[in-house]
Design a protein around this ligand. Structure first.
Ligand code: SF4
Length: 426
């Protein structure tokens, strides 16, 4: 077995998971002379970085076959194919198919075929049994793909297609496989995992919901130590999921919510399905059910038509919600989205509002970390002495020589900047 292609991944956890699938395909096929750029289309910055990486790869190796895939390639394949450094473009569905890589690996002509299908016609999501998760001690697992919503700022549905779910049986067997391979924490991921199951309804029954899947995983795989979810739509947290969060200690006390904004009018213009009061009620309910739960959130700064008042309403909501881990995205107009046609805000205002959010984010994360000092906890060891707690606090272990992927009982000693310092607890 060879090392397979060199893979450069941009964007989300789903892309990371898909890069693992590509890694396994290209290893099997001995595609050592290939460089795969798995792009992201969420921001213009992400696309710029992918183009820079492509030029760097070509400078480093003039003989490598450079293959571009991912959402940016799916949305505008011609634009990437037009780059002189690029040999071929593969679509988001085709990149998971071993046959695509076999075609590329066995094509001897200088011109490689581009393989980009119409993602909107894709109805299935093929499960892939990953052996493990290279360089990762926590395994991301795809349970859902695509999205049926149309938030006005978002280009993702055009790169990923409609929402489709992996079956319960495939998810459970993949997790058993990962646990048998020694994985201590699994993170369920997708594009819009809150809509998992919508396409799995049996004729006369209501479609299954994410909460049912999570409950089934935890009961069907009792030796899975830790289960975590990637981003969740706050408008769609079902009753079963709330019950699992409340009762099951193997469900990690941390939820990442794609809140995007805290002002009611802006949320309407984003075509989000929640209001600020809905988020407040959700967080209050989950904190009542699971007092040790902490929240992360995605936030967009500088959405078109946002004025000072709307921005401050948003900042105030985040502070009231006491969000611990904030991810801030400066608004980036994506061509083809309704928000790109709205009156735009000056770049310097977008930047200064993003900086205010980030400053608030530091205050909130330090507030959370200071509460964790002196506590006993459990971490999954990663690489470089770094680990994550159950509440997703980032920890630097002072105890040396701990094995990546292992679970360790720890005591949190103190905070240094954005890192907690901890030692092994006997
Ligand atoms: S829910 Fe909205 S933001 Fe999320 S992928 Fe779908 S359209 Fe984009």
């Amino acid at each position: 077995m060879t090392n397979g292609a060199r893979i450069e991944t941009f964007g989300c956890r789903l892309n990371s998971w898909e890069s693992e699938v590509i890694r396994e395909h290209t290893k099997q096929l001995g595609c050592d002379n290939m460089v795969v750029i798995n792009t992201c289309a969420v921001t213009a910055e992400a696309e710029k970085q992918a183009r820079q990486m492509i030029r760097k790869m070509r400078r480093e190796d003039e003989d490598a076959r450079i293959i571009v895939t991912g959402c940016a390639a799916q949305i505008d394949p011609q634009a990437w194919q037009a780059m002189p450094e690029v040999d071929a473009v593969i679509g988001n569905h085709e990149k998971l198919d071993a046959e695509s890589w076999r075609k590329l690996a066995t094509t001897n002509t200088p011109e490689l075929p581009s393989l980009v299908g119409d993602i909107m016609t894709v109805r299935s999501v093929a499960p892939h049994m990953l052996a493990g998760f290279d360089h990762h001690s926590r395994a991301f697992l795809q349970i859902q793909q695509g999205c049926d919503h149309r938030c006005t700022f978002c280009i993702i549905p055009y790169g990923r297609g409609g929402s489709r779910s992996v079956s319960v049986a495939d998810v459970v067997s993949q997790i058993r496989h990962l646990v048998a391979a020694g994985v201590a924490e699994v993170v369920l991921t997708g594009v819009d995992i809150s809509s998992w199951g919508n396409d799995l309804a049996l004729s006369d029954q209501a479609p299954p919901r994410l909460g049912q899947l999570v409950a089934t995983i935890l009961s069907a795989v009792p030796d899975l130590p830790r289960l975590r979810l990637s981003s969740l739509d706050p408008a769609d947290i079902d009753a079963d999921l709330r019950a699992v969060i409340a009762d099951n200690p193997r469900f990690m006390p941390h939820l990442h919510l794609s809140i995007q904004h805290g002002d009611g009018l802006i949320l309407k213009r984003m075509k989000r399905r929640h209001s600020p009061d809905d988020v407040m009620a959700l967080v209050d309910d989950l904190r009542y059910r699971r007092p040790d739960i902490v929240f992360g959130a995605d936030l967009i700064a500088g959405f078109p038509t946002e004025d000072d008042e709307a921005h401050h309403n948003s900042m105030r909501l985040l502070d009231q919600l006491n969000i611990s881990w904030l991810h801030v995205f400066p608004f980036s107009p994506r061509q083809g989205t309704p928000a790109a046609r709205m009156p735009q805000i000056k770049t310097e205002i977008i930047r200064s509002r993003a900086a205010e959010y980030r400053q608030l984010g530091h205050t909130l994360s330090q507030r959370q970390m200071d509460k964790m000092i002196g506590q006993d906890d459990e971490v999954v060891m990663e690489t470089g002495g770094i680990a994550h707690t159950r509440q997703f606090g980032r920890v630097k272990m002072l105890t040396p020589d701990l094995a990546a992927g292992q679970l360790y009982p720890v005591r949190i000693l103190r905070r240094e900047g954005e890192l907690l310092l901890a030692e092994l607890r006997s």
